[in-house]
Structures are given as structure tokens and as C-alpha cells.
Design a protein around this ligand. Sequence first.
Ligand SMILES: C[S@@+](CC[C@H](N)C(=O)[O-])C[C@H]1O[C@@H](n2cnc3c(N)ncnc32)[C@H](O)[C@@H]1O
Length: 232
Amino acid sequence: MVNEEWDKMTAPEYLKFTRKWIGACHKALKDNGSIYISCTYHNIAEVMIVLKQFDFKINNILVWQKTNAMPNMTKRVFTHSTEFVVWAVKGKKWIFNYGELKKINPETQKDGSLKQMRDVWAMPLVQGKERLRGKDGKALHPTQKPEEMLKRIIVASSNKGDLVLDPFLGSGTTAVVAKKLGRNWIGIEKTKSMLKQHKDDFKELVYKLYDLTPEEIAIVEGKISYSEVHLI
Ligand SMILES: C[S@@+](CC[C@H](N)C(=O)[O-])C[C@H]1O[C@@H](n2cnc3c(N)ncnc32)[C@H](O)[C@@H]1O
């Protein structure tokens, strides 16, 4: 949770909202599909409750250990340096590409051989070339996720040609990584200004903005050519 307009809800409002969107995802998800929900300590409780209410099976709570976490200014609590990603599945025959994950695991055994991917992922907050910035040099999105994180998630639970849906697309990390990995994707993002040109390897990924009211939800269809991303 961050101090953005889209992130200000009372506790009951948040629970209702969580029920609504996780319910919609449950409907949209294939049998045996996976859902990954990025959380902080603020909202993981609601997310877990709602997942259980929809009968999702929780497989892992992945811990993102932020190697460059911001220092704590208040000096009244431990310095927060983690976020969580809850991995839950709808049916019993979920995809888990165990071998592929071993291949992309930066950690290896002492003798250099491949190692199982663990549930604690140490990686920095997005910085450097990967961080999307406006002309003023300011970060375009407050919670841009590391591509490495999305890579592990998408490799783990999908195969080439599968469809990945991100209902909170933000700066588009999921879409960019899904495309790189040969998956189709659909993204939903309600804030127009969040949809920006991606500057990395995806210079051709231009979001064409039509006349959306702030309330309208933009659906970005990733199966088509990158020079023509549709917003509905
Ligand atoms: C945590 S950020 C996602 C960041 C993204 N993973 C990235 O790497 O940039 C959540 C995003 O959801 C969007 N959002 C919030 N409420 C929404 C809603 N009801 N429908 C669609 N998008 C929404 C916000 O504008 C914000 O960009």
C-alpha cells in the first residue's frame, strides 16, 4: 500500500474491494490456473481470508527481501524490508515448472549445480535503467515491480502461448515480461497516467490513449502488435 489515490480505503471498503476483484479473477481463471497477489503487511490478512473464502489453495507465500530497502525514519519499528506474493491455485493440477525455475535460479549449490528455487527472493527495488522515469526524472510509478520477480512467477506457473492477466497493470511490468517469455497477456489499469511508453527493450510498446474518463478501466490487449496496443 502506498499513499496514492487508488490506495485509500477504509478497512471494510478494502475487504469488500478485495472480495470483488478476487471473485472476478476466480471466475476468469481456468481450472488449474494460478493467481499471484502482491501484498504488504498492510493487506495480506484480507487477501488470505478472501482467497480461502473462494476455496483457493494457497501454495506459497513468497517473500521479497528488498536488498536496498529504505531506512526507517520513525525509529519505532523494525525497518520494513519485505513484501509478499501469495501464490494460490484454483484446482489440483496447477502448473509448476520446477526444472525451469532451477535453471533461472541465481542461487546454486556449493558445487555450482542447479538449486531448487526457494520462497525467499532477494532482489532490489527497481532502480537504474529498469526504473521508468518521466522527463522530470521522477519515477513514473510508485510501485514498479522488478522484472526478475515477474519472470519467476510467469515461468513458474505458465507455458509459452498461455494467457496472463494482470488486473492492476501499473507501469506494465507483467505485460513486458509476459511478452519476452512468449506468453499472451491482458492488462487492466484504471489510471491513465500510469500507462506510459516503456523505455527499455520495449520502445515499440506504445500505449495509445483514447478518451477515457478517470473512472473507465483501460484494458490493454497484448496479443496484437506492439505498435498498436488497444485500450477499450
Ligand atoms: C501496485 S500497483 C501495480 C504495479 C505494477 N505491478 C507495476 O509493476 O508497475 C497497482 C495499480 O493498480 C491500479 N488500480 C488501482 N485500482 C484499480 C482498479 N480498480 N482497476 C484497475 N486498476 C486499478 C493503480 O492505478 C496502480 O497502477
